[in-house]
Design a protein around this ligand. Structure first.
Ligand code: ADP
Ligand code: MG
Length: 212
């Protein structure tokens, strides 16, 4: 049986008490299956339904491995839409409440780029964004990804459906090859298998049917 208690993981006391204060008393099935693997630094390819708690699965994984004292972009999360990126950033900030001074920055299209350039000059630990705008920043030289240790592709199938395959390739090339890559997708078409083969190392496959 997979343990379902967050305290079975190697998480800080601050993280555990914050999760409790959020009402996260038990891990959801996707969290119970993926977090032990994510915390070991391994790649995963995970298939799970909407509402299964994927954001906290990778959010806790990113925060637990973050070096807060090193003020550099260490994690990049790609989402298909601005709305989803905003939700993911909000959830990561909630999970990060107990970890001091974690800076999460969203970079999405549909808003002017100027303020984003200013925010990037101030720096961040974690970037959450949409592929098109992330590529804009890479090409402008305003986003440096050489310190990225974790890359998350959230709703990867939707990103491909929206025509982001080329943008994803640019982002993958701009990230260090020595990194952890976490891929989440509701479906497993051939294109997802191809992306996984291109950007992951021995990914552990996780399939979760139930939501809670
Ligand atoms: P997904 O990305 O899989 O669609 P979300 O990450 O958006 O799902 O999570 C769905 C909801 O479940 C959110 O409201 C989140 O706060 C909540 N949630 C996540 N993990 C837990 C947990 N361990 N216990 C209770 N609620 C949780
Ligand atoms: Mg989600």
């Amino acid at each position: 049986m997979t343990a379902t208690n967050f305290s079975s993981l190697f998480l800080s006391a601050e993280m555990l008490s914050n999760l409790e204060s959020l009402g996260y008393n038990e891990m959801t099935p996707i969290q119970a299956q993926s977090l032990p693997i994510i915390l070991q630094g391994q790649d995963i390819i995970a298939k799970a339904k909407t509402g299964s708690g994927k954001t906290a699965a990778f959010g806790i994984g990113l925060l637990a491995q973050l070096d807060v004292k090193k003020f550099a972009i260490q994690s990049l999360v790609l989402c298909p839409t601005r709305e989803l990126a905003d939700q993911v950033a909000k959830e990561i900030r909630r999970i990060a409440r107990a970890t001091h001074n974690v800076k999460v920055l969203t970079l999405c299209g549909g808003v002017s780029i100027g303020p984003q350039l200013g925010s990037l000059e101030h720096g961040a630990h974690i970037i959450v964004g949409t592929p098109g705008r992330i590529v804009d920043h890479i090409e402008k030289g305003s986003l440096k990804l050489e310190n990225v240790k974790q890359l998350v592709l959230d709703e990867a199938d939707r990103m491909l459906d929206m025509g982001f395959a080329d943008a994803l390739k640019v982002v993958l090339d701009a990230c260090p090859s020595e990194r952890q890559t976490l891929l989440f997708s509701a479906t497993y078409p051939d294109e997802i298998k191809k992306i996984s083969a291109h950007c992951q190392k021995n990914p552990q496959e996780i399939h979760v049917e139930s939501v809670h």
